[in-house]
Design a protein around this ligand. Structure first.
Ligand code: TRP
Length: 444
């Protein structure tokens, strides 16, 4: 079947779409708790190192594969490496995308519940935020209903298409998201007593160092940049011929890191400023994840005038960030089924949604299942496919293709030194580091 492929219409739209994929629950929900757990500044330092040395090169790599293959994550490998097994790297990614949706959607569902509770004023009227959240966790039916709704919302945007659904929504949602983050960040650091929280975030706490810190940092970096499962390959396949892959990867990674740090700046100062018992806050922060966003944050808004308004703003923001990411995750699987198995997009979306609902319901009933999905995907599948992508570009792919993609056939001025350095990183540095980190994190 010869499928006519669509391209993103504008440069801004393409950056917004890729940034929309990258910026998500990973930045606002996962990053702060990982940072708290990893000793604040030390983790952030390693994290930024991972972004610079592996994240950006691999994102560029996925763009290269996608735009030169002009197909879904598996099809692009097939075109660039016909007759080989490289397509399995793409397929591993597609499977990962599907599995990530299985727990990610549940958190999206919690966000929906919290938006509704904030708007109705019910959230700010609760006696205990911990109990309120636990009640939700106990109620798998309620969680499932929200999760299904969020899945339908995502499906709706996918069905609206690449340009109208993905690009247009990202172009509007991303600036709104940024504005909300800035407002909340400003509010948080201007609270009296916020300095302690900033210190917690930006001062290294050597006591918290663990052997898994490198794996945690790289896993978080890949997760946050949407690397290692074909999302950036798929979006790259919609890029225009004249878009600058290198600059786009830099811009998207910068935005993503900025949002993660901003989320930290919202959460930590406020958490410290607005609580009388810093010890319990530290425990919650370190326990991280759910507790952080759904217990600590409402607690913090509770102390402010117009609390329901702040809470609504925050959870809407979280919902927006999550939505542009679930769209990218579902698009990866949709294009694959559409192009490789000749399914209509509509049928593909229905099929995927049903699968996601099954995984999601299981995750909302069993926290263990939820954790297993989170762990295996972030710490095993993503680094593994990051490794294969770096090997693919570093060793297999003809350098001429890489150079042609990065310079748009010689029309962009990209120095030869940069191109050589780029290959060097993907050839030696990234694979060695990923394997090292992986072995060290899993076995020690
Ligand atoms: N990057 C998104 C976040 O930070 C999640 C996500 C979307 C993702 N697409 C992905 C993670 C692809 C890994 C791979 O929330």
């Amino acid at each position: 079947m010869n499928i006519k492929r669509i391209k993103f219409a504008s440069k801004l739209g393409l950056v917004a779409a890729a940034a929309g994929s990258a910026v998500g629950l990973g930045n606002i929900w996962r990053f702060p708790s990982q940072a708290a757990d990893g000793g604040g500044a030390l983790f952030i330092f390693l994290y930024i190192g991972c972004i610079a040395f592996f994240g950006i090169p691999l994102m560029m790599g996925e763009f290269i594969i996608g735009r030169s293959g002009r197909a879904n994550a598996s099809g692009s490998f097939k075109k660039l490496a016909p007759g080989t097994q490289w397509k399995w790297v793409g397929r591993l990614g597609i499977l990962t995308a599907f599995l990530i949706l299985g727990f990610y959607m549940v958190v999206c569902g919690w966000t929906m519940e919290y938006i509704v509770q904030s708007v109705s004023g019910q959230l700010m009227a609760t006696e205990s935020f911990g109990e309120n959240f636990n009640n939700l966790l106990q109620d798998s039916t309620r969680q499932s209903v929200w999760m299904v709704l969020f899945t339908l919302l995502t499906a709706f945007f996918i069905l609206a298409g690449v340009k109208k659904g993905i690009e247009q929504s990202a172009k509007i949602l991303m600036p709104v998201l940024f504005l909300l983050l800035l407002i909340l960040g400003f509010r948080s650091v201007t609270l009296s007593g916020s300095a302690e929280g900033l210190a917690f975030l930006f001062k290294p706490n050597m006591g918290a160092v663990k052997s898994t810190i490198f794996l945690d940092a790289i896993g978080q970096a890949f997760f946050s940049l949407s690397i290692g499962m074909g999302a950036m390959t798929t979006y790259g396949s919609y890029f225009r011929d004249d878009s600058n892959l290198r600059n786009t990867a830099f811009q998207v990674s910068l935005l993503d890191t900025l949002v993660a740090v901003l989320a930290g700046i919202i959460i930590f100062p406020a958490a410290f400023a607005l609580t009388q018992t810093p010890e319990t806050i530290v425990t919650t922060l370190v326990a991280g994840g759910p507790g952080l966003l759904f217990i600590t944050i409402p607690q913090l808004f509770h102390h402010l005038p117009f609390s329901s308004l702040w809470a609504t703003m925050f959870f809407v923001l979280l919902g927006i960030a999550a939505l542009t990411s679930t769209i990218s995750l579902m698009e990866v699987v949709t294009t694959f089924l559409h192009e490789e198995l000749n399914m209509l997009r509509r049928n593909a979306v229905t099929f995927i949604s049903m699968g996601v609902v099954v995984l999601g319901v299981t995750s909302s009933i069993s926290p263990q299942f939820f954790d297993i999905l989170d762990y295996t995907n972030a710490k095993i599948m993503l680094p593994l496919s990051g490794l294969f992508i770096s090997l693919f570009i570093g060793w297999y792919l003809d350098k001429k293709i890489t150079f042609a993609q990065l310079t748009n056939d010689g029309t962009l001025s990209v120095s030869v030194r940069f191109l050589k350095f780029y290959i060097f990183i993907l050839r030696y540095i990234a694979p060695v580091a990923i394997v090292g980190i992986f072995v060290y994190g899993i076995f020690f």
